[in-house]
Design a protein. Structure first.
Length: 323
């Protein structure tokens, strides 16, 4: 079969190679899956660079979330078990982690309703306990992780403020439901949030960026607000001033979604049921900005790594993909 493989760590466009390899053999408790669509995530870039918390042995195939078909013909979504990732014709996954694909979504959308939306649901509901009527600020609101959080925030009845970089991304964030969009390239984020909230600040901040975005978050979070730390797409991991958290009475909440797979896998299934219901009634719908053929996968991962994409890019099996 054909699969993208990484033989050495580095930038995706330089280290990912399309190769003919042996079809993977499932281990105990695993299943073989025929990939229908693989969604590109920022962690795929980190895997290529050797910077992800999980470091599979070289060579490995990236691709952390897929819509696939089981050997008995069921349409499912899954997180492949590395080193046999989803950017290939076939992948393997732990049988216990395979979930039914939502009927309301096509293959590309279904693949995208997994890590980003599960992370958003756990972050906003499980960790931050977002309530209807509260105000949510989402950094990188036009990206794959950000658009998921925006949609979930609106579905929960929150007022959503999105922070983006550039006019094109601002337009996307508005289309996804943001009540207010702030372009960090042309506006003062802190001043704009304080003006919009009458100086009170926001109840919940969803931050997949880190760096300066986190610093801004501490300045705009309200009394008893919650900052959910999801990742560090900026490349800079902040060092929180805990005396500041004490003075303002806000919480800093970490979220590593993957831990729930081992610590409380039943919550993963419960979350998937909630997301499937939201998708069925149109409250959430993954923004898939591009559907590309397998030969374009390395370029897609590189563009996600460079932060120039909007929503999600899906790699579709077969020749039916169109850019």
């Amino acid at each position: 079969m054909q699969a993208w493989q990484v033989h050495e760590n580095g930038e995706p466009s330089k280290v990912m190679r399309l190769a003919e390899v042996e079809q993977p053999v499932p281990g105990e408790g695993q299943v073989l899956l025929k990939v229908r669509a693989a969604n590109i995530n920022f962690p795929d870039a980190l895997l290529c660079r050797g910077q992800y918390q999980v470091k599979p042995p070289l060579p490995f195939t990236p691709g952390l979330e897929i819509c696939a078909e089981t050997e008995d013909g069921r349409r499912v979504i899954a997180t492949p078990a590395l080193p046999h990732g989803g950017l290939a014709e076939y992948a393997v996954a732990d049988a216990a982690a395979v979930l039914p694909a939502p009927e309301a979504l096509d293959d590309a959308e279904a693949a995208a309703l997994h890590i980003g939306y599960q992370t958003g649901w756990f972050g906003l509901h499980r960790r931050a306990a977002l309530q209807a009527g509260e105000t949510l600020l989402v950094h990188a609101a036009a990206g794959g992780v950000g658009t998921a959080a925006v949609q979930l925030g609106k579905a929960a009845g929150a007022t959503v403020i999105g922070v983006v970089g550039g006019a094109d991304k601002a337009a996307v964030a508005r289309e996804q439901g943001c009540d207010l969009v702030i372009d960090r390239r042309s506006e003062d984020v802190v001043a704009a949030v304080k003006e919009a909230t009458g100086g009170r600040g926001v109840d919940v901040v969803y931050d997949p960026v880190g760096g300066q975005a986190y610093t801004q978050s501490t300045k705009v979070v309200a009394f008893e607000g919650r900052i959910v730390v999801v990742g560090f797409a900026s490349g800079t991991i902040p060092s929180p001033a805990l005396n500041h958290a004490l003075v303002k009475n806000y919480s800093i909440l970490g979220l590593h979604w993957g831990l729930y797979n081992t610590k409380n896998p039943q919550l993963i299934r419960h979350c998937h049921e909630q997301l499937t219901e939201l998708a069925a009634r149109g409250a959430v719908k993954p923004l898939v900005s591009e559907r590309v053929a397998p030969p374009a996968a390395a370029d897609a991962v590189q563009r996600v790594a460079d932060g120039v994409t909007i929503g999600r890019i899906a790699v579709l099996a077969g020749a039916g993909a169109a850019v």
